[in-house]
Design a binder for this molecule. Structure first.
Ligand SMILES: Nc1nc2c(ncn2[C@@H]2O[C@H](COP(=O)(O)OP(=O)(O)OP(=O)(O)O)[C@@H](O)[C@H]2O)c(=O)[nH]1
Ligand SMILES: [Mg+2]
Length: 302
């Protein structure tokens, strides 16, 4: 019988979790940016090998903070941890592991979640992926030392999610830990995200990557409507929602230049992901209080 496992990808913001998921799946499944806290959802990506199926769950970066949005993001990650058979803990070798990393390392090593009483006290199946080994400022020895001190039982794999180095080894290690089980998804699936969400995420990626400072954290993408055109293409309208009037101007850009770039880049990515053309209609809207709106947060962060 074939193997299968749910594998949660966890770690600090910007450690490269989403880049890793995309590299494993061979497509943009989860959006990527240099800005911490890019990922807001438990995004699934699936790979199939002769030995079986691995269902990866990308998660928001762990960041200790009492703000409502951060607490919600943390809960998404914790819930993915609770569902996981195996954890891939992504450790950024270019950053000095501080107290926050130490707190996380101890959290990740024991099964979490209130329903998980059976495994209480037991160790997790965990692989530590020491990432960004391609980077000039990588200090792999420092990361190995950290793992030896804090997670002595964990398997270590050195990887570059960017270049793909070490990823075959990572997959082999995970399949080695996986147990026999059902194949949850048909083999042609590499993600289970619905198109409305996926398009919103691609737009958000472009908006984040073209804006600075607080703007990436100030925005969300709101689906308005969509329709199939006679030629088989999809016309989809979305609002880019920001918190302040001044941010609206930045996203629109001079004479609409910025929003045009966001739209064109998003459409180009979507052309690779969907087998029909997607035409976007983007508007910018201001909502000063969306981060305090529980219903809104529930609809965005899951
Ligand atoms: N040099 C190098 N950069 C990487 C590597 N992996 C990721 N990055 C970069 O690190 C930054 C963050 O990558 P993400 O994949 O968005 O990180 P993340 O852990 O998903 O971040 P959050 O979703 O915010 O928690 C991006 O600029 C990536 O290009 C790597 O292996 N090498
Ligand atoms: Mg991410």
């Amino acid at each position: 019988m074939a193997k299968s496992a749910f594998v949660a990808i966890v770690g600090r913001p910007s450690s490269g979790k989403s880049t890793l998921l995309n590299a494993l799946c061979g497509a943009k499944v989860s959006i990527v940016s240099p800005v911490p806290q890019t990922t807001r959802n438990a995004v699934r990506g699936i790979i199939n090998r002769d030995e079986g199926q691995l269902v990866f769950i990308d998660t928001p970066g762990f960041h200790i903070s009492e703000r409502k949005l951060n607490i919600k993001l943390k809960n998404v990650a914790l819930s993915a941890l609770g569902d996981a058979d195996i954890v891939v803990y992504v450790l950024d070798s270019t950053r000095e592991p501080g107290p926050e990393e130490e707190a996380l390392a101890s959290n990740f090593s024991v099964p979490s979640g209130s329903a998980d009483t059976v495994h209480k006290g037991s160790r997790r199946k965990m692989v530590v992926a020491i990432n960004k080994i391609d980077a000039k400022d990588a200090d792999v020895a420092r990361a190995v030392q950290f793992v030896a001190e804090h997670l002595p039982a964990a398997t270590i794999v050195r990887i570059s999610a960017l270049t793909g180095e070490g990823l075959d080894e990572l997959v082999s290690a995970l399949l080695g830990l996986a147990e026999e089980g059902p194949q949850w998804y048909p083999p042609e699936y590499y993600t289970d995200q619905d198109p409305v969400f996926r398009i919103a995420e691609i737009i958000r990626e472009k908006a984040i990557n073209h804006t600075r400072e607080e703007l990436p954290h100030a925005l969300f993408i709101d689906f308005v409507d969509s329709r199939k055109l006679e030629d088989g293409s999809l016309e989809a309208s979305y609002d880019i929602v920001v918190e302040r009037e001044s941010q609206k101007g930045i996203v629109i850009g001079k004479g609409g230049s910025m929003i045009k770039v966001i739209r064109e880049e998003a459409e180009a990515d979507l052309a690779e992901l969907f087998d029909y053309p997607v035409h976007l209609r983007l508007q910018v809207r201001v909502d000063p209080s969306w981060k305090h709106d529980d219903k809104r947060l529930d609809s965005l962060i899951f």
